[in-house]
Design a protein around this ligand. Structure first.
Ligand code: AHR
Length: 845
């Protein structure tokens, strides 16, 4: 059961109890609670870089997002379906012909141009942008492109912003006569006062006459944040500025690794002017122009007054390949990392500092942290320890003050921090709010799995929670997720003696849906993301608002606090039961010889896959039947095939499985009560591990151990899963690899709290999350606070736990600020259902 259904069940139980006379029958009797805050015993200082942003090119975060460029495929190199003659996102308008030309490139970074052959009249090339081009009245845009004439053409090129409807031009400008040599042209286009606000528009370059015109690096910018050339989108920058981040982890995530060595994050190809950046294939299924490169990362830091946390490519790529420590390649990556550090933080007269200065930043950037790799626990070759050590030693020798972050356990060189990653359900992340508490009593043994440590890092090392999120709400979190997120951050704050930094991930998502007419996919790849936008609009999710509330109200020291609140009542669960299945997650797999037996050995089902798939139900992509095996026809995220009797309880599933490609492994489903609620055994995914996951109404939560396995491609494996109530044991080729019990559904806590103090303004900041359906009536005791001004401020984020913000309703869930008039050293406040409240309380002089 996930948190939402748990909370629903719990609320029903509480109401039943109330009507049964066990509780006061008042209509909105709150759950009683007490919060004791030790104002006179300040705890640990909140580290200066505690709250930050994590970033990578995913969900069109840069191209089609923060990078304000409006032309998609501006260098004509994006992968184009073979059915299309022209490069994707480009269309011919008027009378003429067009095609790619490799014969006379501008330079090696721009190896191809688009040639427009004219036939007497007017012809042009139109670009439809990133799911549209935003038009606004009274707005000045900057167009630039390389052009050259051919076949005697010496006329002008016109740049125009044209509405889809009625083909109306709302802004235009022309070059003078162009000649036969490549030259860069820059034009200014301004829309009139009567221009509409719409994203249904195109950018068109056209010419009239005969001969030909060739184009390269076509760019079109609206106004940018602080009017910086090649700059950033103002609305997104404003949203992020309002979070007051102190650092940006750049670039984090899979993007720094790349799918292959060729497409790794190669920072040296992302500096200098735009026409020197070749671009590369990103790891999230689209190409990156790299117009958003190192200078843009630095600009972002500068404009937000945030410090870079530099993630360094460390010799492992997502297809599973690595270079060996001690190899010439590793030496090269280590050298590149040292140079990257110099590019960011070296003096302007150093070799790479000079390049940064040439890119517009004479002043070195402050740099305290570097991270070696990303999620290297996926690398089962065992080389991370060596790769990390080689790079870390070189960094320590040259930059002794830099703090070095490891992304997986290492032993040969002591890092300064570990980077823990958690993508969880609301229920699980709320539980994890306490995971970094100082261990007491019979603590669970410290272990590393599923992306991080299950507690404080070993050897007294600090922790950077470098990626985390409650994954509820698509493509942005709902309020319930925001409450869990707030509770989690508050847990991190309470443990600021061991947690140095945190940043939610992913940060940005272009929420544009697929365009089936043009054949474009949806703009996003990751399920739950913090800030959403399309070509014209942007919005913060409820989780964004929770984090902005915290960022805007930072204290400098944590105040010890104790919360006592009646727990919600635990729900009872029926005997687990349901159908069986197999599945795939971005991996090519096939399954055959599927048999289900009862605990007494009786055969419940033998799947007959000799003829057809009658009796099976499929999700996601079509599944094919071939050679008595079933397999998904495409490698989409999350697809399954189910069969069997929903009433089955305990059973053993036998299946033969083979993987033929992709990064994940096998999925065996059990106790499926619907297409979105089931358990699954994942074998070979998550860095070649075996683990269990509970999926409830689409929300996924891992449980039990994550044990290493060694699933290789193109080999058949015997999988056997024995299911007994909440307990499952999984065997690969008869070897036990999984032994897990679905966590008992303990009574969840109704509320979470933390407190801190801002000395300069003498403000006590109290934060309370109420995750339940009922109000929480809290007595707040501010011990040793002296006199408290009765007038304080409450900032409240509350509403329907399933509510999400969207481009149409951007502030459906947003904080409201209200006066608080009864503050004192001991006062009461009722925290509404499903709410996150931040109180600002003033200490008298
Ligand atoms: O944040 C999305 C992805 O999740 C990151 O790229 C990766 O580090 C993690 O697995």
């Amino acid at each position: 059961m996930n948190s939402r259904s748990m909370i629903r069940a719990v609320s029903r139980a509480i109401l039943a109890a109330a009507f049964g006379g066990l509780m006061l029958p008042a209509a909105r009797a709150g759950i009683p609670g007490t919060l004791d805050v030790e104002v006179d015993k300040p705890g640990v200082p909140l580290p200066p870089h505690f709250y930050g942003l994590m970033t990578e090119e995913i969900n069109h975060a840069y191209d089609g997002g923060l990078f304000a460029e409006l032309i998609q495929n501006r260098t004509f190199q994006d992968p184009t379906p073979s059915s299309r003659e022209l490069p994707i996102h480009w269309f011919l308008v008027g009378n003429g012909k067009a095609g790619l030309d490799h014969s006379d490139p501008v330079n090696s970074a721009l190896p191809v141009s688009l040639r427009l052959d004219l036939s007497g009249g007017t012809a042009g090339m139109a670009n439809d942008g990133f799911w549209g081009i935003p038009v606004r009245p009274d707005t000045t845009y900057t167009a630039s492109f390389y052009a050259k004439g051919g076949g005697g053409f010496a006329g002008a090129v016109k740049a125009a912003l044209v509405l889809d409807e009625g083909n109306v031009t709302v802004a235009s400008a022309s070059t003078g006569s162009i000649n036969g040599a490549w030259q860069k042209y820059t034009l200014t286009l301004t829309t009139g006062h009567d221009a509409p606000t719409t994203a249904k528009a195109q950018f068109v370059l056209s010419a009239t006459g005969t001969g030909s015109v060739s184009f390269s690096l076509v760019s079109f910018f609206p106004p940018t944040y602080q009017n910086t050339p090649d700059g950033l989108r103002p609305d997104l920058m404003k949203l992020m500025a309002d979070m007051h981040p102190s650092f940006i982890r750049l670039p984090g995530g899979n993007y720094v690794e790349g799918s292959t060595f060729k497409s790794r994050f190669n920072w040296k190809e992302m500096i200098g002017p735009a026409d020197q950046r070749p671009g590369h294939m990103g790891c999230w299924s689209y190409r990156s122009s790299d117009g958003f490169g190192m200078p843009q990362y630095l600009l972002w830091c500068k404009q937000l007054n945030a410090e870079p946390v530099l993630a360094l490519f460390a010799g492992y790529v997502l297809n599973g390949r690595h270079v060996d420590p001690g190899s010439p390649e590793m030496a090269q990556y280590t050298q590149e990392a040292l140079e990257e550090i110099e590019y960011v933080s070296g003096p302007a007269d150093s070799e790479w500092g000079k390049r940064r200065a040439a890119d517009g930043f004479a002043e070195p950037f402050p740099l305290h942290y570097v991270e070696i790799g990303n999620e290297d626990w996926f690398d089962r070759s065992g080389t991370y320890d060596g790769r990390f050590t080689e790079m870390a030693k070189a960094i320590r020798a040259k930059y002794p003050n830099l703090k070095i972050i490891a992304t997986a356990p290492v032993k040969s060189f002591k890092p300064d921090l570990y980077d823990d990653h958690f993508y969880r359900s609301a229920r699980q992340l709320m539980h994890q709010a306490d995971q970094y508490n100082k261990p007491t009593g019979d603590a669970a043994p410290l272990r590393y799995g599923g992306g991080g440590w299950n507690g404080r890092a070993p050897d007294g090392l600090k922790t950077f929670v470098g990626e985390w999120a409650t994954q509820e709400g698509r493509p942005t979190p709902d309020l319930n997720a925001a409450l869990a997120d707030a509770a989690f951050i508050m847990g991190l704050e309470r443990n600021a003696d061991t947690i140095a930094m945190e940043c939610y991930a992913p940060l940005l998502v272009n929420v544009s849906p697929a365009d089936p007419v043009k054949g474009y996919p949806k703009a996003w790849q990751w399920p739950t993301n913090l800030i959403g936008y399309d070509a014209l609009h942007s919005f913060g999710s409820p989780s964004y608002y929770a984090q902005a509330m915290i960022g805007q109200n930072k204290g400098d020291v944590v105040l010890p606090s104790t919360l006592k609140v009646a727990p919600l009542v635990a729900a009872t669960s029926p005997t687990p039961h349901g159908r069986i299945g197999v599945g795939a997650f971005r991996t090519q797999v096939e399954y055959k010889d599927i048999v289900v037996t009862a605990p007494d050995g009786r055969v419940l089902m033998t799947a007959d896959l000799s003829q057809d798939t009658r009796g099976w139900q499929f999700s996601g992509d079509k599944w094919n039947l071939q050679d008595k095996a079933i397999k998904p026809s495409a490698t989409s995220a999350d697809s399954w095939a189910m069969t069997g009797d929903p009433k089955w309880t305990d059973y053993t599933i036998h299946v033969r499985a083979r993987k033929t490609g992709g990064r994940g492994g096998f999925l065996v489903l059990w106790h499926a009560t619907s297409g979105t609620t089931y358990n699954r055994w994942s074998v070979g995914g998550f860095g070649n591990a075996a683990r269990c996951e509970a999926v409830e109404e689409g929300d996924r939560e891992a449980y039990g151990p994550s044990n290493p396995v060694n699933i290789e491609a193109n080999r058949w494996y015997d999988l056997r899963l024995e299911v007994n109530g909440h307990h499952a044991r999984g065997f690969v080729d008869d070897k036990l690899v999984t032994d897990a019990t679905e966590p008992r559904h303990t009574a969840p806590t109704a509320a979470f709290a933390s407190a801190d103090y801002a000395a300069a303004s003498r403000t006590v900041i109290v934060k309370v999350v109420n995750v339940g359906k009922d109000p929480v009536d809290m007595t707040i005791n501010l011990h040793g606070a002296g006199q408290i001004d009765p007038n304080g401020t409450a900032i409240v984020l509350a509403g329907d736990p399933k509510a999400q913000n969207t481009v149409d309703e951007p502030t459906k869930v947003a904080p409201r600020t209200e006066p608080l008039t009864n503050a004192s050293a001991s006062f009461s406040r009722t925290f509404p259902p499903y709410s996150f409240t931040l109180l600002r309380l003033q200490k008298a002089e």
